[in-house]
Design a protein around this ligand. Structure first.
Ligand code: PA5
Length: 446
C-alpha cells in the first residue's frame, strides 16, 4: 500500500483553499530556487550526493565494530535526534524485557549525574564511542568527548583509538583536526548538511547500522520522495512536500501558531521530537513560525488532547497513521459482560479506532488537519516520511521568506555560556552577563 497525505479536512476553520492557492502560485519561483540551490550543492539532504561515499565507507566500519556490545553516541540536536528516532522505531528491544544487545546509548545532555550513570556502568572494553558534530565544536558534545576519551584511555591504553569514530565535517572544525592528529576513524558530514537535515547521512546511519537497522532502505525511501524534485525542480508544483508547505504557510497567515504532530504510530513516537527540532529550529525566525507540538496517540489522548480540542483555536495538525504489521492477540470470550463488545477483537483494533475517534474529534473541533498515512511502517517508509517532512520544512521557510537552514538566535545563549565558563573572546558577553547578574532578584520561595 502506498503512503499518502489526506487533505479532506485540511482547509477548515479560518483556512480556505484559495488562501493556499496564493502560496501554490509561487511554485515557479520556488522551482527556480530549488534548481539554483541544488546546482550549487546547497541541498545535499535532497540530492544525497554523499550516498556513494557512505556506501563505500560505512560497511567496513560496521563490520569492524560489530563485536562491541555497546555504542555510546555523543551528540546533540540534529546529531542525536534522528538516531534516537530510528533506534526507537526499528530497534526498540533495548526498552523491553529479555533484550541481549546491541545497545545504543545517546548522550545528548550535560547532566553530570546522568553521565556518571552511563560511564559508571558501561564497560569500556565493550563500548565503541561515536562522537557526532557537524561543526566539530559544539561545547556539550566536546565536553563529553574529552571525558569519555580519558575514560577510554585509562581503561584501554593506546588501543582507545580503535574504539572511537568521529562523524564531522570533512575539512574543518576541532573534531576533524582530532581525527587527523590522533588517526581516528571518521565519517563525513557533507557541506551544507546542517544537523537537523543530516539524520540520513553518516550521522544517523552509523548508529542505525550498528543496531542492525536497514539503513539502505531508509536512504531508498528518502530518495523515492526526493527523486521527482531532483530530476525536475518544476515538479515541486505537484509534490506533496510543497503541498504541505503551502498549507503550513496558510496556517501561519491565518494565526494558527501551533502545529501538532500527532503520531498514531506508537513505534514512531520519537519521530515527534525529531520533527519538532526540524520545524522549530528551521522556521522560528524574524518573529514568524509555528510552534511544533509532538504528541503520541493514544497516550496523549489522556494528557494534552483536551487542550488540542478545546483550547485556543490556534492549532493545525499533521496526523500520522500507518498500517501496523500485526493486529495483536485477541480478547477472549470470558470478558465481563460490560466489555462483551471487545470479545474476539484484536488488541490492535483499539489503536485504529482511537486514532479515528481522535482525528474526527479534532476535525469536528475545527482543527485543520492533514492526514499522513504510511502504507507500511518499515525503514523505507520512515525514510520517505523524513524526506517529505524535511522538504516541507525547507519549502515552508522559503514561502515565509526566511532561511530555513540557519539558527542564528541560538548563538547568543551559547556565547553567554562560553563566556561564563571563561572562554576567550567574549568580552561583550562578559559585560552583558555582569549586568544581567547584578539585576536584583525577586525570589518567592515555595
Ligand atoms: O540542527 C542543527 O543544526 C543543530 O541542532 C545542530 O545539530 C546542533 O546544534 C549540534 O551541532 P553540531 O552537529 O555542529 O554539533
Amino acid at each position: 500500500m502506498a503512503n499518502y497525505l489526506e487533505w479532506s479536512q485540511a482547509w477548515t476553520g479560518r483556512m480556505t483553499k484559495a488562501d493556499g492557492d496564493a502560496s501554490h502560485k509561487r511554485a515557479p519561483e520556488l522551482a527556480a530556487m530549488l534548481k539554483k540551490q541544488m546546482a550549487a550543492g546547497e541541498l545535499p539532504f535532497l540530492t544525497m550526493p554523499y550516498r556513494e561515499r557512505l556506501e563505500k565507507d560505512l560497511p567496513p566500519i560496521l563490520e569492524r565494530i560489530k563485536g562491541y556490545r555497546h555504542m555510546l553516541v555523543l551528540g546533540i540536536g540534529g546529531s542525536a535526534l534522528g538516531a534516537r528516532a530510528m533506534q526507537r522505531a526499528f530497534a526498540p528491544g533495548q526498552d523491553g524485557p529479555g533484550y541481549n544487545g546491541p545497545w545504543l546509548w545517546i548522550a545528548d545532555n550535560v547532566c553530570a549525574a546522568q553521565f556518571e550513570g552511563l560511564l559508571g556502568k558501561l564497560n569500556p572494553e565493550e563500548t565503541v564511542v561515536v562522537c557526532i558534530s557537524k561543526s566539530g565544536g559544539t561545547i556539550e558534545t566536546l565536553a563529553q568527548y574529552f571525558l569519555v576519551r580519558e575514560w577510554l584511555q585509562k581503561a584501554r591504553g593506546d588501543s582507545w583509538r580503535e574504539q572511537v569514530i568521529l562523524v564531522t565535517d570533512l575539512n574543518k572544525g576541532f573534531l576533524r583536526g582530532e581525527a587527523q592528529a590522533k588517526d581516528l576513524a571518521s565519517l563525513e558530514v557533507p557541506d551544507f548538511l546542517g544537523g537537523r537535515y543530516s539524520a540520513l547521512s553518516a550521522v544517523g546511519m552509523l548508529p542505525a547500522g550498528f543496531m542492525g537497522i536497514n539503513w539502505r532502505a531508509l536512504l531508498d525511501g528518502a530518495a523515492c520522495v526526493a527523486r521527482p524534485l531532483v530530476d525536475n525542480p518544476e515538479a515541486i508544483a505537484t509534490h506533496p512536500a510543497f503541498s504541505l508547505a503551502c498549507w503550513a504557510k496558510t496556517l501561519q497567515d491565518k494565526n494558527y501558531s501551533e502545529l501538532i504532530f500527532f503520531c498514531y504510530l506508537p513505534q514512531w513516537a520519537t519521530y515527534g521530537p525529531w520533527f519538532a527540532q526540524l520545524w522549530a529550529e528551521s522556521l522560528g525566525k524574524d518573529g514568524k513560525g509555528s510552534i511544533p507540538i509532538p504528541a503520541t496517540g493514544v497516550t496523549d489522548q489522556h494528557s494534552v488532547n483536551q487542550m488540542f480540542l478545546d483550547g485556543p483555536r490556534n492549532k493545525g495538525c499533521i496526523f500520522l497513521t500507518g498500517e501496523q504489521p500485526e493486529a495483536g492477540r485477541k480478547f477472549g470470550d470470558d470478558l465481563p459482560a460490560q466489555w462483551a463488545w471487545l470479545r474476539g477483537k484484536a488488541f490492535g483494533a483499539l489503536l485504529e479506532a482511537e486514532a479515528l475517534g481522535t482525528r474526527m474529534a479534532l476535525c469536528k473541533n475545527g482543527v485543520p488537519l492533514v492526514g499522513m498515512h504510511m502504507g507500511s511502517i518499515d525503514e523505507k517508509a520512515a525514510g520517505a516520511m523524513m524526506m517529505l517532512l524535511e522538504g516541507a520544512t525547507i519549502f515552508t521557510g522559503w514561502l515565509m521568506g526566511i532561511n530555513p537552514v540557519d539558527q542564528p538566535a541560538v548563538e547568543l545563549g551559547k556565547r553567554l555560556a562560553n563566556s561564563r565558563l571563561g572562554a576567550d573572546g567574549y568580552a561583550a558577553e562578559a559585560r552583558d552577563l555582569g549586568a544581567f547578574l547584578t539585576t536584583p532578584q525577586e525570589r518567592q520561595e515555595f
